[in-house]
Every structure is written in structure tokens, then in C-alpha cells.
Design a protein around this ligand. Structure first.
Ligand SMILES: Nc1ncnc2c1ncn2[C@@H]1O[C@H](COP(=O)(O)OP(=O)(O)OP(=O)(O)O)[C@@H](O)[C@H]1O
Ligand SMILES: [Mg+2]
Length: 260
């Protein structure tokens, strides 16, 4: 189980990244973190992975515990080797490397046999990638790059997978594909923390959801409950609380990032 308590993060000694966040993720759950631009979603994932120092950020208060491991005090590489893997925001892949090389980077801590096993699993999930193993990753389409970023994280066979806006910039059909893959990964036994601005997608599959606003949790509850709450519908799902849901509206987003 992952437990975040009273977490505060400051960047460069001044900018407030998080102002006191509590969050719990039970083993096997799919938990989503919603919020608009600058709410602190990426900061929360960076803190859990203990990579804030690379961004000039520091935890100034609070605790993060994962199955008895104090993540604030554990080196990032040890956290990774224990099976907590973060897939970066957007398309954080190595464009100059091939698809296969990218996957190998993700599995570098695993034995050769495990790597082969995981690569097969990844390519089964993403058939598009299996036709392009020797292609430079930078030449993939945006959606394929996002799939590769998730695939690379899966190569490490994570126990806990942190995904930072995997639907960012994807066409609706691809958003559905990503959602299906995330659900499959979760159902195969991986605990998932899914950061999203696409609230309708994330809430449709989350066991539990948190809404971050300005570095604090403003709302939390079971995914279905939040999806039905008047406040979430009004603020994040683009539906008036008194109105019937409008079936014709385009997918709506918690923030203001645009789809391409
Ligand atoms: N490296 C940094 N240096 C200084 N401030 C930062 C840094 N990274 C983030 N921040 C600040 O911390 C706050 C939270 O940012 P964060 O990136 O966590 O938001 P987010 O919810 O992921 O937003 P987005 O949806 O745009 O990705 C913002 O006010 C941001 O300006
Ligand atoms: Mg972010």
C-alpha cells in the first residue's frame, strides 16, 4: 500500500509545488489524480519516485510510505528496483534510439529471460510497436510514442505504475486505446496511479479518485461517486449540475490542454 501524508513540496526554495497532500493507494487499485495545469499532479509523482531533486524540488514536510519503505529517504534507483516505475509525462522516450532499444532501457534491471518475457507482453499489448522495433522512436506518431513510453515502463514489470497524462494530445480513438491498455495492465495485477486531465476517461475506470487544486486535495472519493457528484460534473466534466448530461459534447478535460 502507498500512503502519502501531509506532503509539502517546494521548488527552488520558493515555489510551492504541494501544500499538504494526503493520498492512499491500496494494492491492486487503479487510482486517478485529476487537476488542472499547475495543480501539482506531476510534482506528486516526482515526490513518490523521489526524483524531485532533478527539478530543484524538495519535500519540506510529510511522509510517503510504500509497503514499509520510506520513499522520501530511499534513492530513486532503489525505488525503481523495488518495482515502482514512473512513465513520464507525454512522450518521454528516447527519439534517437530504436523502439527496441527504448524497451531494453526500460528492462535493464531485469534478467535477459525476464526482458524477453516482458517484451513479448508489451508487444502483445501494442501490436503497432512490434512492426516498428527497428525504427527510430522519434519517427513514431505521437500516439505510438505514448504507447512506447507506457511499454518502456512495463518492461520493468512494475508492481506500482505511475502514469503521467498518458492521454495527452491524443485523438479520442487513441484515448480509448490507452484507457483499455491501462485497464488491462491493472487487471493483470499492477497497481496504477493515473494522472490525467481527461476526467471522463480516468473516472470511468478508477477505483478511487483525487482532485488536486493548487497543491491541495480538493475532492476525493470512489471514481463512480466523483463522476456522479454535482461539483465534479460542473467543474470538470463540463456539465451543468441541473442539466441532463449532454451526450453530444466532445470529450472534456479537467484542464485547458488541447488535443491535437
Ligand atoms: N522545476 C520547477 N521549478 C519551479 N516550479 C515548478 C517546477 N515544476 C513545477 N513547478 C511548479 O509547481 C506547481 C505544480 O506543478 P506541476 O508540474 O506538478 O503541475 P501539474 O498538475 O503536473 O500541471 P500540468 O497539468 O500542467 O502538467 C506549479 O505551480 C509549477 O509552476
Ligand atoms: Mg504535469
Amino acid at each position: 500500500m502507498l500512503m502519502v501524508n501531509g506532503l509539502k513540496v517546494t521548488y527552488a526554495g520558493v515555489a510551492e509545488g504541494l501544500r499538504g497532500v494526503d493520498l492512499t493507494v491500496e494494492e491492486g487499485q487503479l487510482v486517478t489524480v485529476l487537476g488542472s495545469n499547475g495543480a501539482g499532479k506531476t510534482t506528486l509523482l516526482r515526490a513518490i519516485s523521489n526524483v524531485l531533486n532533478a527539478f530543484n524540488g524538495v519535500v519540506t514536510a510529510g511522509a510517503i510510505d510504500w509497503d514499509g519503505l520510506n520513499l522520501v529517504r530511499t534513492r530513486a534507483d532503489r525505488i525503481v528496483s523495488r518495482g515502482l516505475i514512473q512513465a513520464p509525462e507525454g512522450r518521454g522516450i528516447f527519439g534517437g534510439l530504436t523502439v527496441e532499444e527504448n524497451l531494453r532501457v526500460g528492462g535493464f534491471l531485469r534478467s535477459r529471460a525476464e526482458q524477453r518475457h516482458q517484451q513479448k507482453r508489451v508487444l502483445d499489448l501494442f501490436p503497432d510497436l512490434s512492426d516498428r522495433l527497428r525504427q527510430h522512436a522519434g519517427l513514431l506518431s505521437g500516439g505510438q510514442q505514448q504507447m512506447l513510453a507506457i511499454g518502456r515502463a512495463l518492461m520493468a514489470d512494475p508492481k506500482l505504475l505511475l502514469l503521467d497524462e498518458p492521454s495527452l494530445g491524443l485523438a479520442p480513438k487513441l484515448v480509448d486505446d490507452v484507457a483499455a491498455v491501462v485497464q488491462q495492465i491493472n487487471q493483470a495485477g499492477t497497481t496504477v496511479v493515473l494522472v490525467e486531465q481527461n476526467a471522463s476517461m480516468a473516472l470511468s475506470m478508477a477505483d478511487y479518485a483525487y482532485v488536486l487544486e493548487n497543491g491541495r486535495v480538493s475532492l476525493h472519493g470512489p471514481g463512480a461517486e466523483l463522476r456522479d457528484s454535482d461539483e465534479v460534473r460542473r467543474l470538470y466534466l463540463g456539465q451543468g449540475s441541473d442539466d441532463e448530461p449532454d451526450e453530444d459534447t466532445d470529450p472534456v478535460f479537467v484542464g485547458n490542454k488541447e488535443q491535437s
